[in-house]
Design a protein around this ligand. Structure first.
Ligand SMILES: Nc1ncnc2c1ncn2[C@@H]1O[C@H](COP(=O)(O)OP(=O)(O)OP(=O)(O)O)[C@@H](O)[C@H]1O
Length: 340
């Protein structure tokens, strides 16, 4: 099922939470809505679900305007971070619930079979008789997914489904979810504020800020070509040095970077901690080391330029330099963005 948002607007009282968002979610695609808190992700998801009305624009399910489709008939399955399972029902009863109340009538035997099938799919065979309080948080979210899948949704909406779980469990679950998605091919809209999660899982990532799309593309496209400083910063650690653009070059202190096409004026040079080489000869921005932090597989170096700017960069664990030493920050892959 293809979903299309066409210039969708949502206002709460006087506050505009979603500003004219247009977006195509292809049939079978797993799309992540990624953005900081308050950027409008959940509101968009709720409008697709039919739990919230758009004040402007249209949402299409296939070629049909979804405004005309009641929530029950949209065929959407949900998993929310705090979408609690019914605590007094067993895992199997939770999964069966939607089928029992559905307009599509199934025999008790057919429901039992489907529950077993779903338990196997979410790798919880044998746990059907437990109650939600007797399984782990990660297992509960897998049950929630099985419950959402039970009624054969045309669209799956996931709102921070792994938000409450610890980092290792989250990583396992997102790999697992991707496998399930590849197997079932249900059009899926996934909301997260976690960059790694979005990049790991999604076919395409839509980055939102203040209710607007600031960039969309494959994980590769958004990582390799962040279109503005917000996206560059939001996707990962970024250093920033103030620069002045003159005649197609950006100058940081005396170091020049190619800034072809940018108008003269102030700008900033952004770069990742992994894109720095520390040099003892004169190439790069002069700086001294403030601290060296050890990580399991690398060293993070905190430095300060002679211009007074802090820079962090990553090196091999063998990095021999220490606090107080002077050198030069040589930036690979600088990205230059105009201010404002
Ligand atoms: N029912 C409501 N009434 C008033 N304002 C609301 C309502 N729901 C959401 N908002 C506001 O709309 C904006 C977008 O909220 P939304 O929940 O969509 O953001 P989000 O990106 O999902 O954030 P988070 O990651 O924190 O869940 C926020 O500023 C929020 O306070």
């Amino acid at each position: 099922m293809k979903i299309r948002l066409d210039n969708v607007v949502k206002t709460f009282d006087t506050f505009r939470a979603v500003h004219g968002v247009s977006l195509d979610i292809e049939s079978g695609e797993l799309l992540a809505l990624l953005g900081p808190s308050g950027s409008g992700k959940t509101t968009i998801l709720r409008m697709v679900a039919g739990l919230e009305y758009a004040d402007g624009g249209h949402i299409y399910f296939g070629t049909e305007d979804a405004t005309d489709i009641p929530v029950r008939d949209r065929g959407v399955g949900f998993v929310f971070q705090h979408y609690a399972l019914f605590p007094h029902m067993t895992v199997s009863e939770n999964i069966a619930f939607g089928m029992k109340v559905s307009k599509v009538k199934r025999s008790p035997e057919a429901i039992r079979e489907r529950v077993e099938e779903l338990l196997a799919l979410v790798q919880l065979s044998g746990l059907g008789e437990r109650f939600p309080g007797q399984i782990s948080g990660g297992q509960r979210q897998r049950v929630a997914l099985a419950r959402a899948l039970a009624v054969d949704p045309r669209v799956l909406l996931l709102d921070e489904p792994f938000g409450a779980l610890d980092a290792n469990v989250r990583r396992d679950l997102r790999r697992w979810l991707r496998r399930i998605h590849d197997e079932l091919g249900i059009t899926t809209l996934f909301v997260t504020h976690d960059q790694e999660e979005a990049l790991d899982l999604a076919d395409r990532v839509v980055i939102l800020d203040k209710g607007m799309i600031v960039q969309q593309g494959t994980p590769e496209e958004v990582c390799r070509h962040p279109e503005n400083a917000f996206v560059m910063r939001f996707l990962g650690d970024a250093n920033s040095l103030p620069a002045t653009v003159r005649d197609g070059m950006a100058y940081v202190q005396d170091v020049a970077y190619d800034a072809a096409g940018l108008a003269d004026g102030t700008a900033e040079v952004l770069f990742r901690p992994a894109d720095v080489a520390w040099r003892e000869d004169g190439q790069g921005v002069p700086a001294h080391i403030v601290r060296v932090l050890d990580r399991p597989d690398s060293r993070r170096v905190l430095a300060k330029t002679t211009g007074g700017q802090s820079v962090e960069f990553d090196t091999a664990p063998e990095f021999p330099h220490r606090k107080g030493e002077a050198g030069f920050i040589d930036v690979r892959r600088p990205r230059i963005y105009k201010n404002g």
